[in-house]
Design a protein around this ligand. Structure first.
Ligand SMILES: CC(C)(COP(=O)(O)OP(=O)(O)OC[C@H]1O[C@@H](n2cnc3c(N)ncnc32)[C@H](O)[C@@H]1OP(=O)(O)O)[C@@H](O)C(=O)NCCC(=O)NCCS
Length: 133
């Protein structure tokens, strides 16, 4: 278990991202979250084909408005045999907008799960130099 979290990416909430309430549409936030989580899973494992397996329950605690920037942090990694589990958190205007556990699984060219060769993979800068947020 690695307790560090690092900022992986940020997204600007634009007019096209809003829902009928005037807040960031939840489906857009989930799409951003899944893309950022996939980037993190690929970079940490060194596997080029990782698929979303599971997300824990997600609660949207604060609205995101037009022109707000959402910062995505990932960390608290748990290494599995074919999977990686980690926390992904979104922050905006100093508040945590959501937090969830993500599970990604490595697959081969046939779409079958495969073992992650943790020992043969060099640590990425993200893992080595986590900024300890
Ligand atoms: C990814 C896939 C090949 C895995 O095959 P599978 O036979 O279902 O795999 P398993 O049930 O053995 O689970 C694989 C790993 O995920 C973990 N896992 C599975 N379900 C989980 C859950 N609900 N919560 C946490 N971890 C879970 C298992 O513990 C296992 O981890 P480990 O090997 O590190 O111990 C298959 O489920 C699949 O193709 N799913 C679709 C993925 C996809 O298309 N995602 C895109 C978004 S829909």
């Amino acid at each position: 278990m690695d307790n560090k979290t690092v900022k992986v990416a940020s997204r600007l909430c634009m007019t096209k991202d809003l829902g009928v309430s005037g807040n960031l549409f939840g489906g857009n936030l989930m799409a951003w979250l899944d893309e950022v989580a996939a980037i993190f899973a690929i970079q940490i494992t060194g596997e080029d084909n990782m698929v979303t397996m599971h997300y824990s329950a997600m609660t949207f605690k604060h609205p995101v408005k037009e022109r707000d920037i959402v910062d995505f942090y990932c960390g608290r990694i748990r290494r599995g045999s074919t999977s990686i589990t980690f926390e992904i958190m979104g922050q905006c205007c100093g508040k945590t907008v959501f937090c969830a556990d993500a599970v990604f699984v490595a697959i081969d060219r046939d779409g079958k799960k495969k073992k992650i060769e943790w020992d043969s993979k060099p640590l990425t800068n993200r893992e080595e130099n986590g900024n300890g947020q």
